[in-house]
Ligand binder design. Structure first.
Ligand code: HEC
Length: 269
């Protein structure tokens, strides 16, 4: 009786394992190129945020990506965490127009548009489109996804993002590229509705954040990715610091237990 249960359980585990191996058809068919690994300051046990780089990434986001992609989980005040002063945050927020609804008398503008006001630090970073339908309508039916969590939402997110942004090429001769699509071997199916968003010197980094870096496509791709790694997990540094402390504690605790054990047993030997 028990033997049968064991065998049934074994078969079940084995078939689940096999299904797991087979469950990634895109990878199995070799359709998608593997993103090369890059070095990120946030990697490893002592990972940290390079705030100048994240500021450069914000610049790339706000000057290039923000015309199509939202970062709905971020508020202007969060930009203080990457090194902007509160005056700078106020200024950045004030450049945005926030839909404030009708005024106290229930009036909108004459054309029925909502009244807008300059943004404040407590506002959400303004999205380019009011909703997904409008976003699709402006992008030939394709939806530019919200980027707040994109580095977590994709497998090997940071490397994937960098590879996607730097990986645009001419399609091979035998590739059937659909109309309005762009060849990119890192995107599932190798064609993507987004045209290459980055081009050499697409932004101009101010000397105080440039850190001697030129705005090459590769550099901007790294910087915007660093910004999005931060956006997806602003508490990363804290998590790593706690991790290191816990490990130190465990090492010291183990040493102490060992010392106590030796002392207790010394009398018995
Ligand atoms: C002109 C509009 C436009 C701009 C500018 C733009 N994108 Fe996109 N993006 C899109 C559209 C549309 C899609 C959806 C593509 C698809 O589904 O084929 C997309 C998709 C993406 C994806 C999702 C890929 C995936 O795995 O689903 C990422 C990541 C991305 N864009 C990042 C960026 C970044 C970073 C920038 C700025 C450097 C940027 N985009 C600028 C329109 C844009």
């Amino acid at each position: 009786m028990f033997k049968k249960i064991y065998i049934a359980a074994f078969v079940l585990v084995l078939s689940a394992g096999m299904a797991g191996i087979k469950s990634n058809p895109v990878q199995a068919s070799g359709e998608v190129a593997h993103p090369p690994s890059q070095e990120w300051t946030t990697d490893g046990l002592f990972g940290f945020f390079d705030r100048k780089q994240i500021k450069r990434g914000w610049q790339v986001y706000s000057e290039i990506c923000a015309s199509c992609h939202s970062v709905r989980l971020l508020y202007y005040r969060h930009l203080g965490e990457i090194g902007f002063s509160s005056d700078e945050v106020k200024k950045i927020a004030a450049e945005a127009e926030v839909a404030a609804g009708p005024n106290e008398d229930g009036e909108t503008h004459n054309d029925g548009e909502l009244i807008v006001r300059p943004g404040k630090p407590f506002d959400k970073i303004v999205s380019p489109y009011p909703n997904d339908l409008a976003a699709r309508a402006a992008n030939a039916g394709a939806l530019p996804p919200d980027l707040s969590l994109i580095t977590k939402a994709r497998k090997n997110g940071a490397n994937y993002l960098h590879a996607l942004l730097t990986g645009y090429k001419d399609a091979p001769g035998d590739f059937k590229l659909s109309e309005d699509m762009n060849y990119n071997p890192y995107f599932p199916g190798s064609q993507i509705a987004m045209g290459a968003p980055l081009s050499e010197d697409g932004v101009e980094y101010a000397p105080e954040i440039a850190d001697g870096k030129k705005a090459t496509v590769d550099q901007m791709a790294k910087d915007i990715t660093a910004f999005l790694i931060w956006a997806a997990e602003p508490e990363l540094e804290e998590r790593k610091r706690i991790g290191v402390k816990v490990m130190l504690f465990l090492i010291i605790f183990t040493a102490m237990l060992y010392a106590v054990k030796r002392q207790v047993w010394a009398k018995l030997h």
